[in-house]
Ligand binder design. Structure first.
Ligand SMILES: [Zn+2]
Length: 159
């Protein structure tokens, strides 16, 4: 995210946060940067349909993953704007995620800092960011095991 923010500077960039909930807390496992086609915007908004598209492609890799929220960069050391609050509120009202996360990569003048918030239904509550690592590996899918079993049965039948 910081790399993408540096590349886009002095404009904003952003994307999608995906992962799981564990013990009621969001665990971001994947971050997708979505660069709008028409140049760099001074106010970032996720292009139409890109949120769903990003989640669909991530779920093909790991079906446990779901949408957790959005992120974007601020080329200055400022927190969420009114527009940011309104857009995260409308996500909470329109989607099936009541408490989306908003992560802002703020430029402090010396480097980037992560400002993570979660919509409570009334306001954007600050979150503490901790390094949680990757999800445990996926257990082999039941369906593929069943397919293998069927193949073996078929093999013995033809004999
Ligand atoms: Zn913003």
């Amino acid at each position: 995210m910081c790399g993408a923010a540096s590349e886009a500077y002095p404009y904003e960039t952003g994307g999608v946060l995906a992962g799981v909930y564990t013990a009621g807390r969001p665990w971001v496992t994947h971050v997708q940067t979505v660069t709008p086609k028409r140049g760099m915007p001074s106010f970032y908004t996720l292009p139409e349909g890109k949120r769903e598209q990003a989640i669909r492609s991530l779920r093909r890799l790991d079906p446990r993953i779901g949408y957790l929220g959005d992120w974007h960069s601020h080329p200055a050391d400022v927190g969420p704007s009114c527009t940011d609050c309104n857009s995260i509120r409308s996500i909470s009202l329109s989607g099936d995620l009541a408490r989306p996360v908003l992560l802002i990569v703020r430029w402090t003048g010396e480097g980037h800092t992560l400002d993570a918030r979660q919509w409570t239904g009334r306001r954007l509550r600050p979150l503490r960011v901790v390094a949680a690592g990757n999800l445990p590996p996926l257990a082999p899918r039941r369906r593929s095991r069943r397919l293998m079993a069927l193949r073996q049965e078929g093999g013995s039948f033809s004999r």
